[in-house]
Design a binder for this molecule. Structure first.
Ligand SMILES: Cc1cc2nc3c(=O)[nH]c(=O)nc-3n(C[C@H](O)[C@H](O)[C@H](O)COP(=O)(O)OP(=O)(O)OC[C@H]3O[C@@H](n4cnc5c(N)ncnc54)[C@H](O)[C@@H]3O)c2cc1C
Length: 248
């Protein structure tokens, strides 16, 4: 094995934080605000760690700001969630273990995940739902499409490194009934994969229920996926260059 030459440096700091993920960045920020001389080092080309490619939200069970804002939440709820997640994950995805390790994307990843394509939100009122993302958060609409079977319309909006699909269903369909009262809902998450048949074969081998949609896409229905839909597709439903991440 050849070792890459490391740059030489010699520095003395109060706190050396290794890794600019959510935890490292928060630690570095708080320590700096406390007056320490902090150095934050990151081995990859971008900061953010997993949060840079996730939905960007963190659940910190029982945090005092949430409780002060009137949300019922406690550490035991968080533990219960993790216990249930570990049970499901061991069955569904061998990369996850009950000791909390993973997931790590490896070359032999049984799902062949390439990237998180987009999150899907269903709404009866696209202008209102999209306004927050485009006008206020300055997201960019990148594509629209119409589902030839259901007639539902999709608008794809990129917000930093997250892509959101807003689906407006046709009136008087089951999907419409979910949002007709004016409340949007989060339908689920779509991944781009190498081979949807391999995903199906893996889910078969671990006993996870799924449906096969148009173009062979694999869809784990909400009932089998913690109440949200998990979808695996072989091609992106918007121009591929829109998925290139903006520079941080
Ligand atoms: C699709 C998705 C959705 C998610 N949704 C949620 C959610 O809704 N709620 C929630 O609470 N969590 C969610 N998560 C999980 C959450 O994003 C992660 O738990 C969290 O971001 C982990 O942060 P971290 O700082 O602990 O670790 P990481 O993000 O893994 O950061 C570690 C950093 O350290 C760097 N590093 C590693 N080794 C070295 C080294 N030797 N030298 C220098 N740097 C190094 C890495 O490159 C990385 O940048 C989601 C994750 C995904 C993928």
């Amino acid at each position: 094995m050849t070792m890459k030459a490391s740059p030489q440096w010699d520095d003395e700091v109060d706190l050396l934080v290794i890794g600019a993920g959510a935890a490292g960045m928060a630690t570095a920020l708080v320590a700096t605000l406390q007056g320490l001389n902090v150095r934050l080092v990151e081995k990859s080309a971008q900061v953010g760690g997993t949060a840079a490619t996730s939905a960007g939200t963190l659940w910190i069970p029982g945090n005092r700001q949430g409780i002060a804002a009137g949300y019922h939440d406690c550490v035991e709820d968080g533990r219960r969630y993790l216990r249930e997640l570990a049970k499901y994950s061991e069955k569904a995805d061998l990369r996850l273990r009950s000791d909390g390790r993973g997931p790590v994307l490896e070359a032999d990843d049984p799902l062949g995940l390439l990237l998180t394509s987009h999150h899907t939100i269903v709404t009866a009122d696209l202008p209102r739902a999209a306004r927050l993302y485009t006008e206020i958060l300055e997201g960019e609409p990148i594509a629209t499409s119409v589902d030839p079977v259901t007639g539902a319309q999709s608008t794809y909006i990129r917000l930093a490194d997250t892509l959101l699909e807003f689906v407006t269903p046709v009136a008087d369909t089951a999907l419409w009934a979910r949002v007709a009262q004016g409340e949007d809902y989060y339908l689920g998450l779509t991944y781009l994969v190498n081979d949807t048949q391999a995903v199906g074969a893996h889910l078969d081998s671990v006993g996870v229920q799924y449906d096969t949609g148009r173009d062979g896409e694999v869809i784990i229905p909400p009932a089998a996926g913690f109440g949200v839909q998990w979808r695996f597709v072989q091609s992106l439903p918007y121009p591929a260059q829109a998925r290139q991440l903006p520079a941080f």
